[in-house]
Design a binder for this molecule. Structure first.
Ligand code: PMP
Length: 415
């Protein structure tokens, strides 16, 4: 370690600089602590807590993005077990060199069908699919201007930055502002509008049809991140674009296999020429090992299941509505959300962490605090994601515990 400290002729003590960066996070209450937890298969949302915060009682998970508990679903687990025994653990390479398997091909066909597009392309995560696709599109279209919603996810922002083209940020879901920015741009410049359907920290939804109208008027391509909506909305789980009947108006739909689908991986769905050009030019696709076929097999089973089954979506929506209503009835600061996400405004990082600590230690309720930079400073919150197996009694327990904890003063941070 010592040789990482100040070196001859260098004016900086490397380790002291890293230490100070971590210290700043502690001071602001933003230092992240990972909870050492294991879910119990077949018993979701119950889990066990280990490590420093070990608890003898079971913990109820309230912040998982496995929104529909598909990560625990027997059909998904059976498909993964079968694939593991059939073909082994890893894919063995990039898609170009040894890492293309029948599971990848079948999953891409299933995802294309889900969104009513000609084709789909898999990536190792939703983050990578956004970064790789947006960066590559921007580079392939000389003079392109990318119009981006101000609340877009970090992975879209990274892709837009790496595209190296001009960008214009429009106020969140503000169509008048987007129209103004489009009208002010060079009419001859290629344009792309990048936005999300469900905004995961607010729980609100983009006006997709209105954005498509503007895109048509100004000759722009559209890029929609449906990460928090795939599996959750639409008759077959095709997202908000399916629910609103506008999937065919979008140039590219992007999604993850890691949230409602319950496994891991990301993808885009679009015309064949678009997936072909990304497949052929995007470093984030070309130069990395493809998903394990075991993951692809699990995701395939999950997507197929959710195409034919609405019960998970219905139970989840019911639980979310119930939790919002009960938070509101208890006079707790639940933020307005028109989706499955239930955010509770706390307003500062230190309190958010203290509430989260108290809920875990004193009540066995697990919800991670959400701080800057994930949300703006002053809007720190707890973000609850009830699933289809959170029942009314669990919701009552949670609401009572949050009321008690928020009623206490002063709140203390756990060591
Ligand atoms: N887009 C959005 C809107 C997200 O919230 C996330 C993850 N939280 C991602 C993309 C990245 O997806 P993944 O977790 O599959 O990398």
């Amino acid at each position: 370690m010592d040789d990482l400290r100040a070196r001859d002729g260098v004016a900086m003590d490397y380790m002291a600089t890293f230490g100070a960066a971590i210290e700043r996070l502690h001071d602001e209450g933003r230092y992240r602590v990972f909870i050492d937890i294991l879910r119990n298969k077949g018993n979701y949302p119950n889990a066990r807590c280990f490590g420093q915060r070990a608890l003898s009682r079971p913990v109820t998970v309230w912040c998982s993005n496995d929104y529909l508990a598909m990560g625990q679903h027997p059909a998904v687990i059976a498909a993964m077990e079968e694939a593991l025994h059939d073909v082994g653990a890893g894919s063995g390479g990039t898609r170009n060199i040894g890492g293309n398997t029948h599971y990848h091909v079948a999953l891409e066909a299933e995802l294309a069908d889900l969104h009513g597009k000609e084709s789909a392309l898999l990536f190792t995560s939703g983050y990578v699919s956004n970064e790789a696709t947006l960066a590559t599109l921007g580079k392939l279209l000389p003079g392109c201007i990318i119009f981006s919603d101000e609340l877009n996810h970090a992975s879209m922002i990274a892709g837009i930055r790496n595209a190296g083209c001009e960008r214009r940020i429009f106020r969140h879901n503000d169509m008048a502002h987007l129209e103004e920015l489009l009208a002010a741009a060079d009419p001859a410049a290629p344009k792309l509008i990048a936005f999300e359907s469900v905004y995961s920290m607010e729980g609100d939804v983009a006006p997709i049809a209105a954005i498509c109208d503007l895109a048509d008027r100004f000759g722009a391509l559209t890029y929609l991140d449906e990460v928090h909506a795939v599996g959750m909305y639409g008759e077959r789980g095709g997202g908000i674009s399916e629910r609103d009947g506008v999937a065919d108006r979008l140039t590219i739909i992007e999604g993850t296999l890691a949230k409602a689908i319950g496994v891991m991986g990301g993808y885009i769905a679009a015309d064949r020429l678009i997936t072909d050009v990304i497949r052929s030019y995007a470093p984030g696709f070309i130069f990395t090992t493809s998903l394990s076929p075991v993951l692809a097999a699990g995701a395939l089973a999950s997507v197929r299941h959710l195409k034919g089954s609405s019960i998970e979506r219905e139970c989840q929506q019911q639980a979310a509505a119930d939790l919002k209503a009960k938070f509101a009835a208890a006079d707790l600061p639940v933020m307005s959300s028109t989706t499955h996400i239930v955010p509770l405004l706390i307003g500062d990082a230190i309190t958010a962490k203290a509430v989260s600590d108290a809920l875990l230690q004193d009540y066995g309720l697990y919800v991670q605090p959400i701080n800057f930079p994930t949300v703006p400073r002053g809007t720190e919150r707890l973000r609850f994601t009830p699933g289809p197996t959170h029942d009314a009694a669990m919701i009552d327990t949670l609401v009572a515990a949050v009321s008690e904890v928020l009623g206490r003063a002063p709140l203390r941070l756990a060591a």
